[in-house]
Design a protein around this ligand. Sequence first.
Ligand code: ZN
Length: 195
Amino acid sequence: MTRCLNCGADRSGDVCKACGLSSVGAELFLRKRLLNRTAVFVLGALAFVAASVQYPPVEVDRVLIFIGTLFFPTLALAIWVERRALRHAEVEALKRIYYGLVPIPWLLGALLIVNGVLDRDAPRIAHERVVGKFAMAGALPIRRLVVTSWREDHRFEHILIDRRDFDFFHPGDPVDVKVQDGLIGIPWIGGVSRP
Ligand SMILES: [Zn+2]
């Protein structure tokens, strides 16, 4: 007894009694759906990175590392499900795990946006100094400013900034950093300016 690749129902013959698809048809349907969900997942990861540029958490590196460690194993899982489907092996459980992971980047992105957009508290201004800056090209270019830290247990902070600020600031410049507490307790950077 195998399960239908399309609907997951137990299937005794070549044609699934629940959805009416043959094993070849069910495989095609599954692969199409995998592809669609993978597109949704990749877009979600990009949206998440865009949200973390717009409302950058103070711990932006940890956040980006987290999304990276989610991204690649999830894609690997999608590939694994497809390989197994090609061999007509059991995919139901793996498929469900994969479908469960797909919305996570969207949810985390929404969390960062809610944390920033609805944060109405006045920012704390930290008077710091620029010690370096660097840019990383990519689908979403990431530009960072390295500044002295306002936190006792940290020496430096890495701040995501836009192109205008990136061109404007140079190592040695004084900089005012707007630190926001965040609606749901994720501290984020509201912006940088010259004192
Ligand atoms: Zn079926």
